[in-house]
Design a protein around this ligand. Structure first.
Ligand SMILES: C[S@@+](CC[C@H](N)C(=O)[O-])C[C@H]1O[C@@H](n2cnc3c(N)ncnc32)[C@H](O)[C@@H]1O
Length: 310
């Protein structure tokens, strides 16, 4: 029986809470242990709520406004952490992937599938927002890094599906995501795309583990470039020591790290430009050169970690 704030909480109640949080379609793919961890964290900061829930009858507890409020808070955090990945009103991504597979089987030409790739990228908020800019983004990155042969993309969402816009002939692409459904989806995509020189592998990873597990990144070979697009704000939502973002940049075995940040808060009407000067300070401390560029709503840092032994 879990003890929260010194109060015995039944496993049934925790299971019910986890199920209810995940009831929303877009949160169904979130791993149970992540939801559990977040619920316990929320409860640890509110003893009155723990007492209320622990004393309430299980059968009717979900009618209480305090219970609903807890679900609302946890869901909001999860949506933020997962970058609101599944966008309402967009096509089902598995259907779109099936269409892509058929189009490729017919034409064996990646260029004719750019439209279908766009549809897929639209199903994730982050890639949807940069859809009109992908060509320019990769051009700017390759100008600094040269065309890579090995890429790592962590907390990748659906970004690996922007492969056609990378204009690469052959690349080994190592992707990692917290959410297993995205991992399965990407591995299916990678299988389809192998004939175009995209040799991909996606793995499930909780990047917060870098704090306790120095071997987390040994699943990757030494790469030319690592993408950490719009990652750090999401990782923070689930709770982490302050310096995790710096650790991730330092530890990833890549010559260049490209990280990006939103310059707009999700859902906010007014644009709130956020300053990310910790990245610049980190680069200065390590003696790393960096190039910064911006597109609408997103700022990128291409960091040169050359010569740094990991
Ligand atoms: C805002 S999205 C960005 C996705 C992608 N990098 C892009 O820009 O298109 C943040 C991503 O980070 C992932 N994420 C959040 N916390 C994570 C963690 N602890 N470990 C691994 N991935 C995480 C989420 O699942 C989500 O896909």
């Amino acid at each position: 029986m879990p003890i929260i704030q010194g109060i015995a909480f039944t496993e049934e109640l925790l299971i019910k809470l986890i199920d209810d949080v995940r009831e929303k379609k877009e949160l169904g793919p979130v791993e149970r242990n992540i939801v559990r961890e977040l619920l316990v964290k929320e409860l640890q900061s509110n003893k009155k709520l723990v007492i209320f829930l622990a004393e309430h009858e299980l059968r009717t507890v979900d009618r209480a406004s305090k219970y609903k409020e807890l679900l609302k808070n946890v869901r909001a955090k999860l949506r933020k952490a997962y970058g609101m990945f599944q966008i309402e009103g967009e096509r089902d991504k598995w259907e779109a992937l099936e269409d892509l597979k058929k189009a490729i089987a017919k034409k064996h030409n990646v260029e004719v599938t750019e439209g279908l790739h766009r549809e897929l990228l639209k199903t994730h908020l982050s890639s949807k927002e940069r859809l009109g800019y992908y060509d320019d983004i990769y051009k700017q990155i390759w100008q600094v890094t040269g065309k890579p042969r090995i890429v790592i993309d962590v907390g990748c969402g659906l970004n690996p599906i922007s492969f056609p816009f990378m204009r690469l002939n052959k690349v080994d692409y190592y992707a990692s995501e917290l959410n297993t459904q995205d991992v399965n989806f990407l591995n299916t995509y990678f299988n389809i795309m192998e004939e175009f020189g995209l040799y991909g592998k996606a793995v499930q990873q909780d990047l917060r583990d870098i704090i306790t597990n120095p071997y987390l990144f040994t699943v990757f070979p030494r790469a030319d470039v690592c993408f950490m697009f719009k990652l750090f704000d999401s990782v923070k939502v689930l709770g982490k020591p302050k310096t995790i973002d710096e650790k991730l940049i330092e530890k990833v075995p890549a010559k260049y790290v490209v990280c990006s940040f939103s310059t707009q808060t999700i859902g906010a009407r007014s644009m709130r430009v956020v300053k990310r000067d910790w990245v610049e300070k980190l680069c200065m401390r390590h003696g790393w050169a960096f190039k910064k560029f911006e597109i609408e709503n997103e700022v990128f840092y291409v960091i040169d970690k050359h010569g740094v032994v990991i």
